[in-house]
Design a protein around this ligand. Structure first.
Ligand code: LMR
Length: 328
């Protein structure tokens, strides 16, 4: 009788642990601040879909777009507390964790998005992915959005046109310095607050790639966009290092492989997606897009370029050189 009791207890506990296993996949909350229709939004959804297909029952990805779970002021803290497990913050938002990543915000560093990709795949680029592990952050890959354009309620053709205007910037010292170099007034502000700040006139302008301009309806509150391509908006997909290392090795390897596949796809499509959003802005008829002559663009470069020297010490001259070498 005693034996029967024990076997029943064992059977129950086995059933329990089995059902606990079956019912409890590893949950990866992926929080971000942009719309689903953007390169990052699409990447997060594709990651979710592939994990669903290939790791069903083992891992579940929950995507929270549009700052619906955390805004960009809070998401990094939330990752470190393991309240979310995956993010893809803009590279402008890492200066607290490693000053080297400020590299990506230097104005007029990359000639085009192809050069950006070359740098990201280089040894120097890849080394930045693991540069924050002592802080509890592991980078899994880069997702590019596109080069940024300047928007304002005033025509910006020469650098002096920006003087005195207030621009919303991401929380980055480099971007702050970039607008100060123009003698404009930078205002650091969360992405989710940008639309209203532009609408109410708290700020007069901003800088974004076309996909963020269109999906945030920035074009409805900005009369002009200067196609300056003056800087980069790219992301690092990051996970909480402790959480990541706690995942069984076989599952982690599959997740890494999926992420690599998604990164290739995002980076293949992001420029095209931005061009199509540019066309939608043109079609909306709300905003004039200003194309600069090479000489006009050069004038912006000259005014912004001293920012490089200001940050060279923090970033490292060798890293800057490695990035420049990707422009070929
Ligand atoms: C911004 O704050 O402008 C961007 O970082 C938003 C984003 O994630 O694309």
């Amino acid at each position: 009788k005693q034996l029967k009791k024990v076997t029943t207890a064992l059977a129950i506990s086995a059933a329990f642990s089995f059902s606990a296993f079956a019912a409890d996949p590893i949950v990866i909350k992926f929080s971000h601040v942009v719309a689903n229709e953007t390169p990052k939004g699409q990447g997060a959804l594709m990651f979710q879909k592939l994990v669903d297909e290939r790791l069903a029952g083992k891992v579940k990805v929950e995507v929270y777009p549009n700052s619906s779970l955390y805004g960009d002021g809070k998401e990094m803290e939330a990752l470190l507390l393991n309240n979310v497990q995956m993010l893809a913050p803009s590279l402008a938002k890492f200066d607290k964790y490693t000053p080297k990543i400020q590299l990506f915000d230097l104005p007029f560093l990359f000639d085009d998005i192809k050069a950006v990709e070359r740098f990201e795949q280089s040894e120097a680029g890849k080394s930045l992915l693991t540069s924050m592990e002592d802080k509890g952050i592991t980078g899994l890959g880069y997702w590019n959005n596109d080069l940024k354009q300047l928007s304002a309620n005033k025509e910006l053709i020469e650098p002096k046109d920006a003087r005195g205007l207030k621009f919303r910037v991401q929380a980055s010292e480099v971007l702050d310095a970039q607008f100060k170099a123009l003698r404009a007034v930078p205002r650091k502000m969360a992405f989710g607050e940008m639309y209203q700040a532009l609408q109410t006139g708290t700020v007069n302008g901003a800088e974004n790639p076309y996909s963020n301009i269109y999906s945030q309806k920035v074009h409805e509150v900005q009369k002009f966009i200067t196609e300056s391509n003056h800087g980069l908006l790219s992301y690092m997909v990051i996970v909480n290092t402790k959480f990541w290392n706690s995942i069984p090795e076989d599952i982690r390897a599959e997740l890494s492989a999926i992420l690599d596949e998604v990164s290739v796809e995002v980076n293949k499509k992001s420029h095209e997606l931005n061009l199509s959003d540019k066309q939608k802005i043109i079609d909306a008829g709300t905003t004039k897009i200003i194309t600069l002559t090479p000489e006009q663009r050069e004038a912006w470069r000259e005014v912004m370029r001293p920012v490089w020297k200001q940050f060279e010490g923090q970033i490292g001259a060798d890293l800057i050189q490695a990035a420049e070498a990707s422009n070929k």
